[in-house]
Design a binder for this molecule. Structure first.
Ligand code: SAM
Ligand code: FES
Length: 348
């Protein structure tokens, strides 16, 4: 009964304290998750009706200077073939995406020094000039504040940088010593102050994660109030130190999507590819738990397999149009409609 009353409280006030989140995360069961999902969907519909926003994802480089223990494209993975798209290839992905009706492009990649501020600003401003009606989202990891500012001035509107975990000790268990939780948090703060629409997020079931850590994540999100939040299950990759770790829970990911919708009813909340990888209907179920964004892949088919963050990632063989059509059909099957819209955070 306590869990239900906490969900009711969240539904009414959109916040809880840390110990209540902990209790929620330790004691919930599947009927509580269904209860939370029903409330989350009411909030999603009140802000977005049955509209689902699409973001065209362009994975423009799998070269990375970092060695995050969970990530399939980490520097230490000697097995993968590395690639980086040219500006022409990126522009051609945008052209294709625009024709398919996408009005947001997400440029995501490893931390690849070749994409200096100068080169990145060149690409961002070329997209901005050619597609003034589109939003440009970047997800290229940690950069200096000055670099974020230059990219913003060149025309980028949004930045996705998952905080990965709001607990500094847990962060150390997922990353090598060269990376710090404090710097990650500073980056999020800088992005916010510069004026980006900011997305944070975390993996569900990352190694060593405990309900206490997730409670911390929820408190952080409640306080930081990001415009977007990307969560998906951790899935092991065979060429990482976490190869033998179990994948995150599908049910818990859905429950957390509902909780996030209740914390911030207007949140831009993707139903992620990782969720679709651990369950064939994961992305539909994510929407039915409260998510309102899908991110079809626009990367050239020949490089898709090389951006394998985790094993068995779906959609690595499809053309962009197939990905778009597939998601459209999936969304229609649950009574939702994929829209051609920049899909800004409400109030922007
Ligand atoms: N380099 C950029 C950054 O650090 O933000 C963007 C690319 S990074 C691969 C994007 C996200 O993928 C990470 O923030 C992480 O949460 C997620 N990811 C990486 N490895 C994963 C795995 N094994 N399972 C699930 N998600 C993973
Ligand atoms: Fe750099 Fe994953 S370690 S993108």
């Amino acid at each position: 009964m306590k869990v239900r009353s906490l969900i009711d409280q969240l539904d009414a006030d959109h916040n809880l304290n840390r110990s209540d989140y902990e209790l929620l995360l330790k004691e919930w069961d599947s009927s509580d998750a269904a209860y939370a999902a029903a409330k989350a969907v009411i909030w999603r519909q009140s802000y977005f009706s049955n509209k689902i926003y699409v973001r065209g994802l362009i994975e423009f480089t799998n070269i990375c200077r970092n060695d995050c223990y969970y990530c399939g494209i980490r520097k230490g993975n000697q097995e993968i073939v590395r690639y980086r798209l040219t500006e022409e290839q990126i522009m051609s992905c945008c052209r294709e995406g625009y024709e398919l009706g996408f009005r947001t492009f997400v440029l995501q990649g490893g931390e690849d020094a070749w994409f200096s501020d100068e080169r990145m600003c060149g690409i961002v401003s070329a997209i901005r000039r050619k597609y003034p009606d589109c939003a440009i989202t970047l997800s290229t990891g940690e950069r200096s504040r000055e670099s974020y500012q230059r990219l913003f001035d060149a025309g980028a509107d949004r930045y996705l940088l998952r905080h990965e975990t709001a607990d500094a000790e847990h962060y150390k268990k997922l990353h090598p010593p060269a990376l710090s939780w404090e710097h990650r948090m500073q980056c999020l703060q800088d992005l916010r102050e510069i004026g980006y629409q900011v997305g944070c997020g975390f993996m569900v079931g990352s190694p060593y994660q405990k309900p206490e850590h997730l409670a911390e994540d929820l408190c952080f999100i409640q306080e930081f109030r990001p415009e977007m939040c990307g969560i998906g299950p951790f899935i092991p990759h065979h060429q990482t130190p976490f190869a033998q770790e179990p994948a995150g829970s599908y049910e818990l990911t859905l429950f957390l999507l509902s909780i996030l919708r209740l914390i911030k009813p207007d949140l831009l909340l993707p139903s992620t590819t990782a969720l679709g990888t651990i369950n064939p209907r994961g992305r539909e179920m994510g929407i039915l738990a409260g998510a309102n964004v899908v991110m079809p892949n626009l990367s050239p088919t020949e490089v898709r397999k090389q951006y394998e963050l985790y094993d068995n990632k779906i959609c690595t063989g499809d053309e962009s149009a197939q990905c778009r059509d597939c998601l459209e059909t999936r969304m229609e099957s649950i009574g939702c409609e994929v829209v051609t819209d920049r899909g800004d955070a409400p109030g922007r």
